[in-house]
Each structure stands twice: as C-alpha cells, then as structure tokens.
Design a protein around this ligand. Structure first.
Ligand code: GRF
Length: 195
C-alpha cells in the first residue's frame, strides 16, 4: 500500500478528491495533508475525513525558503510518504526539496503544459485567443511546471468564457484527472492519461 502525503494552500478541492479516491482496492492511502497556511480550509476537510494534518506558516521565514522547507519536511518525513501530491500548493519549492522526492512528486497545473507555466493561466489562454484550455498532472522537477506529463484533460474555450468560468470548468476536470493519474502512478504505471 503506497503512502501519499498531499500539500495544499487553500480550499483543497483537488486534495479532497484524491483522499476520497484512495479507498477499497486503490493501491494507495492518504497519510498526511499539510499546508503552508494554518487557515487553509482544506485542513478541516482532511481532518474530518480522518487524515492527519499539519500546518507550517511560511510567512515567519520570509525569503528563507530552505528554513521553511526544513520545518515543512518534519511532518512530511514523519508520515513516511511514498508519493507527494501538490494540490493547489502555492509555494515554489527549492531544487533540494524537489530532489528529495525525485520521481515520486506530482502536481496539478491548470493549463495544457508546456503552455502557460506559472500563474493566471486561464487569463493568458483567453488573451491568446486559444480555442481550448485544460489541466495537466506532471512529475515535479526543479524547473517550475516542467516535469514529465502524466495526464492531461482538455476543454473548449467558449466565446462567452471569462477566466472565472474557464477556471470552474477546468477545475471539474482536475477533479477527474488527478485521482485517475494518482491511481495509475501508485500502481507503477507512467503512461500519460489523456482525457
Ligand atoms: C486549481 O486550479 C489547481 O489547478 C491549482 O490550484 C487551484 C485550486 O486548487 N493548482 P484546490 O481547489 O485548492 O485543489
């Protein structure tokens, strides 16, 4: 049984779907939900589902990312995860942290990577007059939003779309894609899922 730790920063809707998916004959179970914000609503949801939680506020550490990550690592290493899932985690992680989990850390990004790494992905797709948008689950490497793609899901961009309406439609797909990718990843499969 693979042990999965999930990092969040806010509502944790993706985390919830992942936790709820890891039941029955699923080859993994959630062992920790950690956040860089003690007020993250996702922490309450995780606790209600019986998943241990941890919160390390990044703000006292200022620009010292290594010091923040040294604290964040404590509950993560204590949980002894096989897989780390970033799910709406909004802090950039240092190469040292990422390399600790090389080949076993996933992230979901709300664009069709390699298009639009970074922030404001939907606004950028609209500004570019793209005809489709979507989300990508990828292995996390030291380069932001750049690792091997493990899954992608596409939606058409509609004429009346705003960044918010597009984000909402893509989020629904994220909730399908991420659990599907995690289940296969935990079973040792790496072939990308394309929805
Ligand atoms: C989602 O758009 C996800 O793609 C991005 O963070 C947003 C919020 O995710 N990484 P969640 O509701 O906190 O899971």
């Amino acid at each position: 049984m693979k042990r999965v730790a999930i990092l969040i920063s806010g509502g944790g809707s993706n985390m919830l779907r992942l936790v709820e998916s890891m039941t029955g004959d699923h080859p993994a179970r959630a062992v920790l939900v950690a956040s860089n914000d003690a007020g993250a609503a996702g922490l309450d949801h995780a606790a209600r589902l019986g998943v241990p939680t941890a919160a390390i506020d990044h703000r006292p550490f200022g620009r010292d990312r290594a010091a923040f990550e040294a604290e964040l690592l404590k509950p993560i290493l204590a949980a002894q995860p096989d897989i780390l899932c970033l799910a709406g985690f909004m802090r950039v992680l240092t190469p040292d942290f990422v390399n600790r989990f090389a080949g076993r850390m996933l992230n979901i990004h709300p664009s069709l990577l390699p298009k639009y790494p970074g922030l404001h992905t939907h606004a950028r797709a609209l500004a570019a007059n793209d005809h489709e948008a979507g989300c990508t689950v990828h292995e996390v490497t030291p380069v932001l939003d750049d690792g091997p793609v493990l899954g992608q899901a596409r939606v058409p961009i509609l004429p009346e779309d705003t960044a918010d309406s597009l984000a909402a439609r893509v989020l629904t797909l994220e909730h399908q894609l991420y659990p599907a990718v995690l289940r296969r990843f935990a079973a040792g499969e790496r072939a990308p899922i394309l929805l």
